[in-house]
Design a binder for this molecule. Structure first.
Ligand code: ASP
Length: 346
């Protein structure tokens, strides 16, 4: 489906840092921060979109330094400015963009407006930049409306190199290619060519109600990636490190792990101590199905929750979100294994 009525839309552009925000200083030739407040001077054709853009600039950081407190700040700004804008575009470093955007998808409940993340692999001030197209199209998508005047996108999404993806389905896939992000287990929300084609059946349908934000997150969680040869001592120390409150276990294939007794026992004891363990696969594509092999069944019996086809990034963000916001362990674990923001297939 193709959109568009975007006249008189207003967009809040939030710049957090990353490669997209750099340009060459004409005097010295070195990379210096780009001032997004001058966005219309740098990109005069943005005026043609007929969109009012207001800019908030954070003190720019490399996204490797991002923390849950920045995620909470973003959620709070969106809450505060929600009624004043039609959509939000967040410029972010690519390295952890999938983590931040996944986190925001859980922190914003009842979202009915677009929150579009983008960035670039080449600084915006470099001639061959991918940032210019990413920025302009992200703004265009954030301001796009359907025939009834409703936003085309009502969820947290990530725009990069001609594709709009559901944010909590993405991973950064390439450190080199301009086409840096993939959503292996969910189709693109929109494909951009001469026109922007929205993949209507796969878009979130807002359920109504007021925007809710959940700024609290529990950061004391750990990702444990298993590998052949992992020793009992090492596994036990990782699972019992204080103050770990939740574990994302990255397993082989369709959710398989060694069937050695010590392995299953160590995991079962962790779950019994009240530390939830969610199983995600190390494969980029496909799903955890613990019932397929004995190696998965043992984990299931140990009380491990299936993360189905969730990315590690989404599992990390969801674990932090649920631990901080759901006090009943049974309810929390049920939500962990169920789609709450379209982050996993049914
Ligand atoms: N290191 C940068 C960052 O993530 C890379 C980028 O923006 O592409 O902040």
């Amino acid at each position: 489906m193709i959109s568009e009525t975007k006249e008189n839309s207003s967009i809040l552009l939030i710049y957090t840092g990353g490669t997209i925000g750099m340009k060459n200083d004409p005097a010295t030739g070195v990379l210096v921060p780009f001032d997004f407040n001058d966005i219309y001077d740098e990109f005069p054709y943005l005026r043609k979109l007929g969109v009012d853009i207001e800019v908030i600039t954070f003190s720019p950081i490399d996204s490797s330094n991002v923390t849950p407190s920045l995620w909470a700040t973003l959620a709070e700004i969106i809450k505060e400015k929600y009624d004043a804008f039609d959509g939000f575009v967040i410029l972010h470093g690519t390295d952890t963009m999938s983590y931040t955007s996944s986190a925001l998808s859980f922190m914003l409940g009842n979202l009915s407006k677009p929150v579009i993340f983008t960035g670039s692999q080449i600084p915006i001030g470099i001639m061959r930049t991918d940032g210019r197209e990413n920025l302009i199209t992200a703004i265009e998508i954030a301001s796009a409306k359907d025939g009834n005047g409703n936003p085309m996108i009502a969820e947290v999404a990530l725009y990069f190199q001609n594709r709009l993806l559901r944010a909590n389905r993405t991973s950064k896939y390439s450190a080199e290619e301009l086409d840096a992000f993939r959503s292996e287990n969910y189709p693109a929300l929109a494909e951009v060519g001469v026109n922007i084609w929205y993949n209507k059946p796969y878009l979130n349908v807002p359920c109504g109600g007021e925007l809710q934000i959940y700024p609290r997150l529990e950061p004391d969680i750990m990702v444990v990636k298993i590998f052949p040869g992992m020793t009992e001592n090492l596994l036990r120390s990782m699972l019992s490190i204080e103050p770990v409150r939740g574990i994302v276990l990255e397993t082989f294939g369709s959710g398989n792990a060694p069937t050695f007794d010590w392995f299953t026992r160590a995991v079962a004891e962790t779950v019994k101590r009240g530390v939830p363990v969610v199983n995600v696969t190390q494969c980029h594509n496909g799903s955890v199905s613990m019932e397929l092999y004995e190696t998965g069944i043992k984990l299931q019996q140990a009380g491990v929750i299936s993360g189905k086809d969730m990315t590690t990034e989404a599992a990390v963000a969801k674990m932090m979100h649920l631990l901080a916001n759901v006090s009943d362990p049974e309810h929390r674990d049920r939500l962990m294994g169920t789609s709450i923001r379209g982050e996993m297939s049914m």
